[in-house]
Design a protein around this ligand. Structure first.
Ligand code: MG
Length: 343
């Protein structure tokens, strides 16, 4: 299971087997970049498979998750999704009424995001070959009309060579913003699946964020964006630090987390920083624009709990978390996934 958990073990599998055999394209953002999406001939391309358990959970279902996941991976590159595909693999005997509910939810999430599924595939496998339903969604996107304006704003303050918002774009002095509370999706799924009661109901944050992202690009100054899904905030920050060759300092007391999520994670011995989110974005922005981006976020429903949580430095190369009591520790990339089967 760790080979699919989004941590260092999966990373190793990807490098040793997948990149070794499938790399080598001349795409502008190739497979080897391991970014949220690829870019070729100005087309942004992404593919995602979803194996969530259970299929219906507080705040969403596998259908909403599939659409939001692909839309967000395209949007965080600085693109707008223009069309999606869907591939269904259905277990023999799966109730058609449940299948219809899921497809309906996909349709609703597509209209929320302003995008259509325009091609797809349906397969049925014999009972026991898979568990209920697997959904693959792929998507293409084109350059956001505000991306050049956003980059021009970055260039008022520092040099910037990339044409897209990549994991490798961070430089010393950038600020790190999170668009809202972390851990909601993973903890909502785990509590529901295992029947835990943590006193307050936690609901998944799963949502398409492409419209919010367009508004933020219009403000400008963003150098990178990422949806902290599998591996959570810890994985996102480590990928940025590694690919951009910068250190990142994060202030623990600035990270927004719901009380119920803190309680659940303490009880289960899970680090909320490693828990997957499906409706959040982490934003790296030139420091001069951080407050403006933050206030644009706070004006929206999805971004009302946004916060500036850290900054980049060239005095070290790791991700360092400053704790509430003033201590410092290295925030390592997650090895596996504290909560499997959530996306
Ligand atoms: Mg992503």
């Amino acid at each position: 299971m760790s080979h699919g958990a989004g941590g260092t073990i999966m990373q190793d599998l990807i490098v040793r087997i997948i990149l070794k055999n499938l790399g080598g394209s001349n795409a502008e953002v190739p497979l080897e970049a391991l970014d949220d999406s690829a870019v070729i001939d100005n087309i942004v391309l992404k593919s995602d498979s979803h194996t969530v358990k259970p299929l219906f959970f507080p705040g969403g279902d596998i259908g909403r998750l599939a659409i939001a996941g692909t839309v967000n991976d395209i949007a965080v590159m600085g693109a707008v999704p223009i069309a999606l595909t869907s591939g269904f693999i259905i277990e023999e005997g799966f109730p058609l009424s449940d299948f219809e509910k899921i497809v309906k939810s996909m349709g609703q999430t597509c209209s929320e995001a302003g995008v259509y599924i325009i091609t797809g595939d349906t397969k049925v496998m014999e009972r026991g070959a898979i568990e209920k339903l697997v959904v693959n969604t792929s998507g293409i996107g084109k350059r956001n009309k505000y991306l050049d304006k956003n980059i021009a704003e970055v260039k008022r303050y520092r040099s910037f060579k990339s044409r897209w918002l990549l994991d490798s774009n961070l430089r010393k002095g950038d600020k790190i913003i999170i668009s809202g509370t972390i851990g909601d999706h993973g903890v909502a799924l785990l509590s529901f699946r295992e029947g835990y009661d943590f006193g307050s109901k936690i609901v998944s944050d799963v949502a398409p964020l492409n419209k919010l992202i367009t508004d933020l690009l219009n403000v400008g100054g963003i150098v990178a964006m990422k949806d902290p899904t599998r591996g959570g905030l810890a994985n996102t920050l480590n990928e940025w630090s590694d690919k951009s060759k910068v250190g990142i300092t994060v202030y623990e007391d600035q990270i927004p987390i719901r009380e119920g999520v803190v309680a659940a994670c303490e009880m289960l011995g899970i680090d909320p920083l490693e828990v997957g989110n499906e409706g959040k974005i982490v934003i790296a922005v030139v420091s001069q624009k951080a407050e403006e981006i933050l206030s644009a976020l706070k004006k929206t429903e999805e971004g009302k709990n946004a916060a500036i949580i850290g900054e980049t430095t060239d005095s070290f190369r790791e991700v360092v978390i400053e704790t509430e009591v003033g201590g410092k520790r290295i925030l390592a990339p997650p090895i596996g996934d504290p909560i499997p089967r959530i996306c």
